[in-house]
Design a protein around this ligand. Structure first.
Ligand code: TRH
Length: 389
């Protein structure tokens, strides 16, 4: 029997990699969960196998089609593919309003029954999201309807991606000091450094990393900052010194209270462990931002920059619902995203955030409980698909 023959529902997920790793990071996570937890036969169409390989080393970058685990991965070469009605899945998802090939859309209209067609949108805490979630958009000329599906933080949205065993895995790992030490040890973190304040750092190039490193050097607490290779390269290079090799995985330096270690860019499941093992996480974009919320540790979000500082609206909308009462977290987050009117004094603001970290960790647990009440995005999406089938 073909490995997928027992699966009754098929789903095609189209992913255009706009940049970086979030687009494929989210689609890959969703594809795996739909297969593993819901028994859906998923075909993931992706237009950039190289970015995919960075977060999932099993990916071969020269194949038109491949199986990764049980997910079928197809290289989405261009818009000129030829498709028949029999090629179309029961559920078709376009990620982030990517244009799926015209021949595929035509084949969707020819198929009986028509597939459920969803546009999975980006994450925002802004209020308008609730009003747009599940809205329909009829095709101008074909008898097809597309529905908008929004992730989000409230019960009137699609919720967030969350694998069913994740919370249990996290708790087991976080209660096992030896496992955490072994995990970080493979990146060179020493037993002595395990007692430092452990920080992971993932951000866009414009983050004020050098200024923060400077403040951390005079911290009363010893700090170890773990930075994946390729992130904050200039600041890491300047801190470690030496040549271009200095910012490569394995490089490390200590200056005063701060130790910086460069990590390799690690596979996606290990990235969760990194977030779980650290005391404070700097995350960015969408997927690492969501994972930091499930890690239950204090985090600082570097939001994906948009024209005319539109991202500051999104940042404020999130901070309003997440951190409304924690001044230090709000100030630090706004400063990190250049969303303050005056220059930030990192040496002054860091001790305030550090002093609030325990309070923020407790608040993170309450936040998680709120998010869990919304269910998980993959289950919510399938439930919605049933209603419009
Ligand atoms: O990489 P990002 O900036 O991605 C995105 C894209 O730019 C996208 O176009 C934009 O729409 C979106 O941001 C808002 O950040 P993100 O979303 O956090 O994705 C990073 C992925 O990389 C995530 O799945 C975690 C993974 N990752 C690893 O697997 N290993 C690592 O070492 C690190 C640092 C990250």
């Amino acid at each position: 029997m073909h490995p997928k023959e027992h699966q009754t529902t098929s789903l095609a997920l189209f992913c255009k990699v706009v940049d970086n790793y979030g687009d494929i990071g989210i689609c890959w996570r969703l594809a795996r969960q739909l297969e593993q937890e819901h028994g859906i036969a998923v075909t993931l169409w992706v237009d950039d196998l190289q970015s995919f390989q960075r977060i999932c080393p099993e990916v071969a970058i020269d194949r038109e089609a491949q199986q990764i685990g049980t997910v079928t991965v197809r290289y989405w070469r261009d818009q000129n593919g030829v498709f028949a009605a029999s090629d179309v899945a029961d559920i078709v998802i376009e990620f982030f309003a990517c244009d799926i090939p015209p021949a595929y859309i035509a084949a969707m209209a020819e198929r009986t029954p028509h597939p459920v067609w969803l546009n999975l949108e980006g994450l925002s805490a802004e209020a308008w999201v609730e009003g747009c979630h599940t809205l329909s958009s009829p095709h101008p000329s074909l008898s097809l309807t597309k529905y908008f599906f929004f992730p989000g933080f409230t019960s009137k949205t699609g919720g967030l991606l969350l694998e069913s065993g994740l919370q249990q895995q996290r708790q087991t790992f976080q209660h096992d000091q030896a496992a955490m030490a072994a995990f970080l040890g493979q990146f060179g973190v020493t037993p002595a450094e395990m007692a430092f304040l452990k920080v992971s750092l993932f951000c866009y190039p414009q983050a004020p990393v050098s200024a923060l490193f400077h403040a951390w050097q005079s911290s009363d607490t010893a700090i170890i900052c773990l930075v994946p290779e390729g992130i904050a390269v200039d600041a890491v290079q300047a801190f470690i010194g030496g040549t271009g090799q200095a910012a490569k995985a394995g490089a490390t330096a200590t200056r005063d209270a701060l130790t910086v270690r460069v990590l390799p860019f690690i596979p996606q499941p290990d990235y969760d462990k990194l977030l779980w093992a650290c005391d404070l996480n700097f995350v960015r974009g969408e997927d690492s931002f969501v994972r930091a919320q499930w890690a239950g540790k204090p985090f600082i979000w570097h939001i994906y920059p948009q024209d005319k500082d539109l991202h500051h609206l999104k940042l404020n909308a999130f901070l309003q619902c997440y951190a409304a009462k924690t001044e230090s977290l709000i100030e630090f987050s706004l400063g990190w995203n250049a969303a303050t009117k005056t220059a930030v004094d990192w040496a002054a603001i860091w001790p305030l955030l550090e002093a609030d970290m325990q309070k923020i960790a407790i608040m993170s647990m309450d936040w998680q409980r709120q998010l869990l009440a919304n269910g998980d995005l993959a289950s919510n999406l399938l439930k919605f698909a049933e209603t419009v089938r």
